[in-house]
Design a protein around this ligand. Structure first.
Ligand code: IVH
Length: 716
């Protein structure tokens, strides 16, 4: 992703010529649209909220000075970004609009002044406001018909959002049925879905443990959790909901003030924000802002400002909207929390999956009420200032030990380095050299992972696998898991305990536990007894024989999941053949690499992972000791004497008697190779109805084309 160019320090808008304004307006439009897309559709913002707001503010100011620049495409007429297309679209009965922002106290004074003038109120006439924290989550519209939840939709572009009903139904704060009597026929309740900071941290731990990219902040993790195709994933990630607004409400309104509506939401069964307060003057609004800002870092959820809304709904109606924001409400934002300090050191942390993360050790500094001592530096590229995940870092900066750095907590729980004070950089300071060896005691090789597209990724990983102490527990857990050795009674808790006690350091140790138990005396551990220990040993002994595919999967080679393990097992048939090939691949033997590459579903990524794994002497030792303990059963061998043994076949079009996967598996069992594309090496193309380009290719290469029935006859 390109680095964000945030240019807010340019010529003041008042001094721009029309030509300059035009160019600046167009540039900002593209830039803001890019940020919107990353924020709303990809849940990966590349600038802080404060920087984004500054861009928007400048954009709006240009349009205010040169109204002729405001076109149909103008961003000031749009909210957010169009839906991403993953979910069904929902048109909002009442558009979901946005709020204008206030940054300085003067902006709040102006806001109240505008309202007073518009309503022609006397200077001493009191205006009551509902003052609410501005929750940094995702806005959501919940439609109830006859009191029952029928649709939940995201904001999308304000006019059309995404249907996330199934996912929203998993939230405790969202009632399926509204409580109380006289519920309107149609009731649309709007509010914010959010994740608490504590749950966000827990989720990121899990993400890291699973080798997944952690989320940048609670807002993104809430968005990511909500955009799941499988609602059970959303259900496993706790999300909250605060109700604070509404869309369509049929018939008579249940209250005549904003605060009255909030009370009504509570009666209906919603959670509303407890910090909401009625304020009756500009002074009270500003005092509220100050008080909430003080509490901000102690709250369990992220907020990025406070919102003021005229309390009387009849006044709200009279005030109405200016383009896409109400005259009756404003968001008074908090400035980004920043501080300057010295980067004392860079420490490399190794996660349980072997990912290396550089952590900046700071001279402790207070940022928005929290003492910050560590910052994430993400990865090597971020430190070098060349992009990757480092969009928040000012362009062209690299980070060095001893540098004076500016750290920021802008809605993010994890502080980040956003800039380096170059003037303070010590003479003779050297760019940071990212380690090429793991900090574990084995000093195993560190490689940069490939991305899905095969390019070099930014994440560095230790190749130590089982041998690296940071990764051992993770590997042991995979080893005993259901799809691998499936040892009953050996779960996460037991592995953690056995590892910490030093009883099980590697897989082979599991199989020697019983023999060592005279000295270990597992039955004396709290919660264990004679019977459970006997059962455990029984379960272990039951697994002394294992199929080759499960065994390969249990080794925990990167990129070798169940399917790949099965493909390798089928390809080689026996452990001896597979092991021999792996050792040769690790030595770079081209013929063996080509053979492995020729196997269906095996490509460069897997081969590189196999080479890295078996290239490590520690891994080889672990595997060798393990194989002495277990008997590995040969894989179901492809039949050599079938009519299609050694042939390459491609399936295309619809098959009627079996699925394409079944047909492929059957072909492989009979010794054929099922390929994905047609080449001159293809022996048969089995074409069903709807076959397209593969059939054309077959004709081009003179390949025998069979119908499904002809194929079945051939293999019968
Ligand atoms: S009222 C017409 N109240 O801030 C706008 N919004 O820029 C009605 N937000 O889209 C929105 N807390 O996602 C309102 N207490 C609150 C809010 C709040 C957070 C978000 C919401 C909205 C955005 C406004």
């Amino acid at each position: 992703m390109a680095k964000a160019k945030v240019q807010t320090d340019k010529t003041p808008v008042e001094l721009l010529t029309k030509k300059q304004a035009q160019a600046e307006h167009a540039r900002l439009q593209t830039e803001i649209a890019g940020h919107d897309k990353r924020y709303y559709q990809q849940d990966r913002p590349s600038v802080s909220d404060a920087e984004y707001d500054a861009l928007r503010k400048r954009y709006n100011a240009i349009e205010e000075r040169f109204p002729e620049l405001r076109t149909f495409e103008s961003l000031s007429l749009k909210v957010g970004a169009a839906p991403s297309g993953k979910f069904k679209k929902v048109r909002h009965a009442v558009p979901m609009l946005s709020l204008d922002n206030a940054f300085a106290e003067q902006d709040v004074i102006d806001f109240v002044g505008r309202i007073r003038r518009f309503l022609k109120l006397a200077d001493d006439e009191e205006i009551a406001f509902s003052a609410e924290p501005k929750i940094d989550g995702l806005s959501m519209s919940l439609r109830y018909e006859d009191g029952a939840l029928v649709t939940a939709a995201t904001r999308g572009d304000g006019a059309e959002g995404e249907d996330v009903t199934a996912n929203i139904r998993t939230l405790h704060d969202v009632p399926q049925q509204l409580k109380g009597r006289n519920i309107p026929k149609v009731t649309e309740v709007r509010g914010e879905v959010y994740m608490t900071k504590a749950d966000f941290l827990k989720l990121n731990e899990r993400q890291k443990a699973a080798g997944e990219q952690p989320f940048a902040n609670p807002r993104n993790s809430a968005a990511g959790s909500l955009r799941q195709k499988d609602p059970s994933i959303t259900a496993s990630r706790p999300l909250g909901f605060f109700a604070y607004a509404w869309g369509e409400i049929s018939g008579e309104m249940p209250a005549d003030t904003q605060t009255g509506m909030i009370k009504w939401f509570e009666h209906c069964g919603f959670t509303t924000n407890p910090l909401t307060k009625m304020c009756r003057s500009v002074e009270e609004l500003i005092a509220f802002h100050r008080k909430i800002e003080e509490q901000r870092s102690h709250l369990d959820y992220d907020i990025d400002g406070v919102v003021y809304k005229v309390d009387r709904l009849d006044w709200q109606e009279r005030l109405g909207f200016i383009s896409r924001t109400p005259r009756w409400g404003i968001a008074h934002k908090f400035p980004a929390e920043r501080a300057t300090t010295v980067l004392k050191d860079i420490e490399i942390q190794v996660g349980r999956t072997g990912a290396l993360t550089p952590v900046g050790k700071l001279e402790p500094v207070g940022v928005g009420g929290v003492i910050v001592q560590n910052v994430t530096l993400h990865n090597e590229d971020y430190i070098k200032g060349i992009g990757g995940k480092g969009e928040v870092l000012r362009e062209g900066r690299d980070i060095r030990i001893g540098d004076t750095v500016i750290v920021q907590r802008a809605g993010d729980v994890i502080p980040q380095v956003v800039d380096v004070v170059i003037e303070n950089r010590k003479k003779g300071s050297e760019p940071y050299l990212f380690p090429t060896k793991c900090p574990c005691h084995l000093h195993t090789k560190v490689v940069r992972e490939e991305t899905a597209t095969g390019e070099e990724g930014s994440r560095a990983r230790c190749t130590g696998e089982f041998a690296c102490p940071f990764q051992k527990i993770q590997h042991l857990m995979l080893f005993v898991s259901r799809r691998a050795f499936d040892i009953e009674g050996l779960g996460e808790k037991q592995i953690e305990l056995f590892y910490q006690e030093g009883w099980v350091k590697e897989p082979a140790d599991i199989f020697t536990l019983e023999a060592r138990n005279k000295a270990l005396k597992l039955e004396e551990i709290e919660g264990y007894g004679e019977t459970s220990v006997k059962n455990l040993f029984g379960a272990i002994n039951e697994r002394r024989e294992i199929g080759l595919d499960r065994f390969i999967y249990a080794l925990g080679i990167r990129h070798v999941g169940e399917t790949t393990a099965l493909a390798l097992a089928r390809g080689y048939g026996s452990w001896e053949a597979f092991h021999d090939a792996c050792l040769k691949v690790a030595k770079g033997d081209e013929e063996t690499i080509a053979e492995m590459d020729a196997l269906d579903q095996i490509g460069e990524t897997v081969i590189a992972a196999v080479a890295a794994y078996f290239g490590e002497s520690h891994n080889r030792g672990i595997v060798e000791r393990l194989t002495k303990q277990v008997k590995i059963l040969d894989a179901e061998k492809p039949k050599k004497d079938s009519a299609i043994a050694g042939k390459t076949v491609v399936f295309t079009g619809a098959l009627e008697k079996m699925t394409r996967d079944e047909a492929k598996a059957q072909a492989e069992r009979l010794g054929a190779k099922a390929a994905g594309s047609v080449s001159k090496k293809t022996d048969y193309v089995v074409a069903g109805p709807g076959a397209g380009s593969k059939l054309t290719e077959a004709k081009k290469h003179n390949v025998t084309v069979l119908t499904e029935d002809e194929w079945l006859k051939l293999i019968s």
